[in-house]
Design a protein around this ligand. Sequence first.
Ligand code: PRP
Ligand code: URA
Ligand code: MG
Length: 209
Amino acid sequence: MSLHVIDHPLVQHKLGLLREAGISTKSFRELANELGSLLTYEATQDFALEPHTIAGWDGATVQVQRLKGKKVTVVPILRAGIGMLDGVLGLIPSAKVSVVGLYRDEATLEPVAYFEKLAGELTQRTALVIDPMLATGGTMIATLDMLKQKGCSDIRVLVLVAAPEGVEKVTSAHPNIPIYTAALDDHLNEHGYIVPGLGDAGDKIFGTR
Ligand SMILES: O=P(O)(O)OC[C@H]1O[C@H](OP(=O)(O)OP(=O)(O)O)[C@H](O)[C@@H]1O
Ligand SMILES: O=c1cc[nH]c(=O)[nH]1
Ligand SMILES: [Mg+2]
């Protein structure tokens, strides 16, 4: 199973702040983006580099390294995934954005798809799928199924908090897709919410409810 729980002190400190009851919309947004950046840093450790020659500050040539023609698409899952997008793009500003919209039916907990606008050349791109919450895993599996069906083969999942039930389901359906998360939490409650979790991440990011 390719689950990466990032235990870096900055990640764990920011996650702790995010869990506070009564956190402001402003703080939640800032922290979600900061954690999005930190997870991106971890999820891109294997990106290839190539040597490159430049003119340095004194006119002498300098051998530097640059990313080797990596095409990336960031895939925020509406709505809540938007809350991590700026953080990811801060580190990979040239990435194309493929937006998918799914919500979880509150009664059945099944994902309902309502929007899809994908970047081109998906077969050549690394996809970073972002969503703060991986709960039952239904939303993530539907997104990964869709990306694979469009020919995307290098896919990585970035979530702020994951439930064991959802991780099990996603890794069973897609064993080769790594999941990067700040926390593997305890369980899902009877409404499918992650415990201890964050509450409704979409509502906290958008200030709704
Ligand atoms: O793993 P699952 O059980 O499928 O649940 C996780 C999904 O639920 C939340 O979205 P929600 O349906 O609340 O939509 P929103 O982003 O519009 O708030 C969350 O952001 C995930 O997309
Ligand atoms: O805990 C959860 C589960 C699904 N969606 C959320 O926003 N939070
Ligand atoms: Mg929501």
